[in-house]
Design a protein around this ligand. Structure first.
Ligand code: AHG
Ligand code: MN
Ligand code: MN
Length: 321
């Protein structure tokens, strides 16, 4: 029997039932993220209108302070994740330091998130998203965030695109849920997502080609062109990775002479996306090692990212090593 039509809340609870020792903490944590992102989705959908409604510049017609969507998304997530009590600490792209919610004192998890990924695309109505990564609390210090990606308890993203989708994994495969705004529920639309073994698309910002500092990368890209690949680059990691997850191929944000560690952040961009891609049968590397094996040393550290179908990643590694 097809599992589509299943809603996220029931799916999470049915997953929980598979683990007799489960306490329901992770279920509440995941449902809290979904609720917060539904609220963010409603603000994303209104973003263009706020300017129209808010003729008076920084305040909207209700006289409310019009906030940048990044800040607003960050605040919505902090409020909900703090209030649910399941998270001992929160780390965000928008916060210099982690925060330790009062209600999270007994929380078993820590969460890192990019509240709004692809900010440069907000004003041009192009897909943006939220990315999250959950680890187990270890000793209640910042070390809880500095765990390798393969130790993630769960990871996922919400893409605010032509539809709003939540895609996540707890280590048993990847499932995608599409928001039905008429009932406000995420419905299972993409059960057990798997990358194609090989794609026909490469996704990289070629404007940086002259700065790339990885021998063999240019030759690799030229070879893909010779093999008839097309290029797609949206500039929102969530959208570029979502397309790669569905259609296969490769997404890359390499290091360059100016950015020795690349641009993308390990904890709340590269690592959760690498977890999903590997769970869906693909690969994710920094050019030397699996992204999931990198031991972080700083919560905001950056890493080069190459992820996608096995064929493209294996071929890349032949060119650059
Ligand atoms: P964020 O908006 O959270 O800062 O992330 C933007 C990132 C990522 O979404 C995307 O892949 C990358 O920036 C695009 O960078 P370039 O514009 O330099 O290609
Ligand atoms: Mn981002
Ligand atoms: Mn961001």
């Amino acid at each position: 029997m097809s599992k589509t039509g299943m809603d996220l809340t029931r799916f999470i609870l049915e997953e929980e039932r598979k683990y007799p020792q489960a306490t329901g903490s992770l279920s509440l944590a995941l449902n809290t993220i979904a609720s917060a992102c539904k609220i963010i989705a409603s603000h994303v959908r209104m973003a263009g209108l706020v300017d129209i409604l808010g003729k008076a510049g920084k305040t909207n017609i209700q006289g409310e302070e019009v906030q940048k969507l990044d800040e607003l998304s960050n605040e919505i997530l902090i409020e909900h994740l703090s209030d649910c009590g399941e998270f001992y600490a929160l780390a965000s792209e928008e916060l210099d330091e982690p925060i330790f919610p009062e209600k999270g004192k007994n929380g078993k998890y820590v969460i890192s998130f990019d509240p709004l990924d692809g900010s440069s695309n907000i004003d041009v109505n192009v897909s943006i998203g939220t990315i999250f990564s959950i680890h187990k609390k270890v000793d209640g210090t910042v070390n809880d965030f500095l765990q390798e990606g393969y130790k993630q308890i769960a990871a996922g993203y919400v893409i605010y695109g032509s539809s709003t989708m939540l895609v996540y994994s707890t280590g048993n495969g990847v499932n995608g849920f599409t928001l039905d705004p008429s009932v406000g529920m995420f419905l299972l639309s993409h059960p057990d997502m798997k990358l194609p073994e090989k794609g026909k698309i490469y996704s990289i910002n070629e404007a940086n080609a002259k700065k790339w500092d990885i021998n063999g990368l240019k030759e690799y890209i030229e070879t893909l062109k010779d093999e008839g690949y097309t290029v797609r680059y949206i500039g929102s990691m969530v959208a570029d990775v979502h397309r790669t997850l569905i259609k296969g191929g490769i997404f890359a944000y390499p290091s360059d002479i100016k950015n020795k560690n690349g641009k993308l952040r390990l904890l709340y961009e590269a690592s959760p996306m690498a977890f999903l891609i590997e769970q869906a049968g693909g690969k994710a590397t920094d050019g030397k090692q699996d992204i999931l094996k990198i031991k972080p040393t700083d919560i905001h550290q950056r890493t080069p990212v190459f992820l996608g179908s096995k064929k493209e990643i294996d071929q890349l590694m032949e060119f650059i090593n």
